[in-house]
Design a protein around this ligand. Structure first.
Ligand code: SAH
Ligand code: SF4
Length: 378
């Protein structure tokens, strides 16, 4: 492993020191940043306006990206999912999705990034939760996932005519909804967000980023006080403690009696609306009574409910309800005057849920290992 693993991990100060130690003028920092964050260079060798000797020195010292692609799968709806290897051999996955609004210039490209390798919260319905926790990602590793897809979009569009409704061919939104619990890795997450937002960095509006959390109350309170207006989504999935304790185990530490007031406080302090994610699991949390309970719980809040029919994982206990049940749940929420949308399902044919691709990779690796052990025995 080369250290530091990646360019984006460096602070401006560190970068300045490296540039200076190589005998180069300070303005090289800006040039380098432009190449990485705005032109999505993947190697120092393509930075042709920098002296060759300087590029070679950088090449020997660090990598532009901390990520190596292990697998890429593209779904029939255009969703692209990538399994990356980190410098220490851990694996993570990220996805690129696009959404078309009606009319010209309305195509949005959303990158869904991971913030941890694995997750310690351990929700049973979640492929990542079933894999256990490895480690927090660094801010550079978070940023590199976004830059990878920015570069991917640029390459993809080279020489092709863009669809009419795609003006930019650029990443328009970043959601922290991949593997891991973003708010359990707050400092690195926040460093990544600041860099993605900054004009010298990726230049993405804070409002175009959304953090999804299983409900870490102290961190939600901290987030409410940040200056950057990043969106917040809370994964609720149940409107009573008994059920939520089972579905989202962190609820035992931060029950609804703490979580909902923290969300109301977030509304008050920021003046912003938040989203509640509610995955519908067949026969578990999909009844009309539960819809009413949910409406009652969040009544009067500035919020929006995203209903998501479950993705099936290797755990057979968690299945999506039939469509009629999903629609009835949605209708009931509307009747109770709750803003609600049924989330378009993305990448169904390519293991769309967070952590599913990595699960398959781990299973494949295990069975390859078992096969080779068996082969060695015979
Ligand atoms: N840890 C954070 C963010 C990552 S999970 C959180 O829990 O919010 C991102 C989203 O994927 C969460 O809303 C999570 O509940 C959802 N998810 C996980 N497994 C899923 C499955 N099997 N089907 C549908 N959504 C799932
Ligand atoms: Fe972790 Fe979120 Fe998966 Fe739960 S749903 S295990 S919090 S990544």
């Amino acid at each position: 492993m080369k250290t530091p693993a990646g360019f984006t991990e460096l602070t401006g100060l560190q970068l300045g020191q490296i540039v200076k130690s190589m005998g180069e003028p300070a303005y090289r920092v800006g040039q380098l940043r432009k190449w990485v964050y705005q032109r999505f260079a993947t190697s120092f060798s393509e930075m042709t306006d920098l002296p060759q000797a300087f590029r070679e020195k950088l090449e020997a010292k660090m990598r532009v990206s901390s990520l190596e692609v292990l697998r890429t799968v593209t779904g029939s709806d255009g969703t692209v999912k990538v399994l990356f290897e980190l410098a220490d051999g851990n694996t993570i996955e990220s996805a690129l999705m696009y959404y078309d609004g009606g009319g010209e210039g309305t195509r949005r490209y959303t990158v869904c990034v991971s913030t941890q390798a694995g997750c310690a919260i351990g929700c049973e319905f979640c492929a990542t939760g079933q894999q256990g926790f490895e480690r927090n990602l660094t801010s550079g590793e978070v940023i590199d996932q976004v830059l990878y897809f920015a570069s991917y979009l640029r390459e993809k569009d080279k020489g092709h005519k863009k669809p009419e409704n795609d003006k930019t061919g650029r990443v328009s939104n970043v959601v922290f909804m991949g593997m891991g619990e973003p708010l359990a890795n707050y400092d690195n997450l926040w460093r990544a967000i600041e860099m993605l937002n900054s004009a010298e960095g990726f230049g993405l509006g804070a409002r175009n980023m959304v953090i999804s959390t299983a409900g870490l109350v102290p961190q939600i309170k901290r987030l409410a006080k940040e200056k950057l207006q990043v969106g917040l989504a809370v994964s609720l999935h149940a409107a009573d403690n008994e059920l939520r304790n089972k579905l989202v185990p962190i609820n035992r530490k931060y029950p609804l009696g703490q979580l909902i007031p923290a969300c109301r406080e977030y509304n008050q302090i920021t003046g912003r609306r938040l989203s509640f994610e509610y995955i519908l699991f067949k026969g578990i949390n999909d009844s009309i009574v539960q819809a009413r309970r949910l409406a009652e719980l969040i009544k009067g809040m500035k919020c929006h409910v995203n209903l998501i029919p479950a993705n099936s994982t290797s755990n057979p206990s968690f299945q999506p309800p039939i469509h009629r049940v999903v629609l009835a749940f949605e209708e009931e929420l509307k009747r109770c005057h709750i803003n609600v949308t049924l989330r378009q399902r993305r990448g169904q044919d390519i293991a769309a849920g967070c952590g599913q691709l990595r699960s398959r990779f781990i299973q494949d690796a295990r069975s390859r290992r078992e096969k080779s052990i068996l082969a060695g025995k015979t």
